[in-house]
Design a binder for this molecule. Structure first.
Ligand SMILES: N[C@@H](CCC(=O)N[C@@H](CS)C(=O)NCC(=O)O)C(=O)O
Length: 223
């Protein structure tokens, strides 16, 4: 039986969704973020040394890193579902987006989360204006321009096909869901990018997405 170590409001929601799309049976072990720091609880380090989510176990195997988990599940249990055929242009696009989600889209969104917090964090009065100025300048000069460029690129790519890898829904769309959901809460993604907003609407309407929400519990991304 596949066991998903699921942290609330996190990337592991994607793994639950993939398992639902594939119609597989699985168990969920829930972990709660620390209410103050938002970090994962130390128990997760007993599952994997980095203590991050998602992690799955399947028999003797323990697998971390969402992209690796997606590849493992699709290869082992997918029966050619949710992945374009090898050697096709769609397969190359699939690989690209599978990596893009964590490698390019997420870093500036994570920086946005951190620098927003630095800006709002309590600090001695003589430090506060300096901390705020540095955070504000880093966001406007580096972080937001990178988020915007990524969003523009994704918007234009979704103008070429219905889904990221082509006209069929694939696991790359599942992997791409998290950065787009994060961008909608904290990166400025809104109706000015209609293709990305329509993508979010389409994925949220999928029955497997809804079932995954029931298995994972409340899902509200950090802002
Ligand atoms: N690139 C990794 C990122 C893993 C990651 O940072 N997960 C977050 C949840 S969204 C986490 O565990 N955060 C809690 C912590 O760092 O303590 C992946 O895709 O699996």
């Amino acid at each position: 039986m596949i066991l998903v170590h699921h942290l609330n409001n996190s990337r592991s929601q994607r793994v639950l969704w993939l398992l639902e799309e594939l119609g597989l049976e699985y168990e969920v072990k829930r972990y709660q973020r620390d209410a103050k720091t938002m970090l994962a609880p130390p128990e997760l380090r007993q599952v994997h040394p980095l203590g991050k989510s998602p992690v799955i176990s399947d028999g003797e195997l323990t697998i971390a890193e969402s992209g690796a988990i997606v590849e493992y599940l699709v290869a082992k249990y997918g029966n050619d579902r949710l992945v374009p055929a090898p050697g096709t242009p769609e397969r190359l696009r699939y690989t690209y987006w599978l990596h893009f989600a964590e490698g390019t889209a997420m870093p500036p969104l994570l920086l946005k989360l951190i620098f927003d917090r630095i800006e709002k964090a309590p600090a001695p009065f003589f430090v506060r204006p300096i901390a705020r100025a540095i955070a504000g300048r880093t966001k406007s000069a580096f972080i937001q321009p990178n988020i915007d460029r990524n969003l523009d690129f994704m918007e234009s790519e979704l103008g070429k096909s219905t889904w990221f890898a082509g006209n069929d829904f694939t696991a790359a769309d599942i992997q791409m869901s998290f950065p787009l959901e994060a961008a909608a809460v904290r990166g400025g993604l809104d109706a000015s990018r209609p293709k990305l907003m329509a993508f979010l609407e389409r994925i949220h309407a999928r029955p497997a997405y809804q079932r995954a929400l029931e298995r994972g519990g409340k899902y509200a991304l950090l802002r």
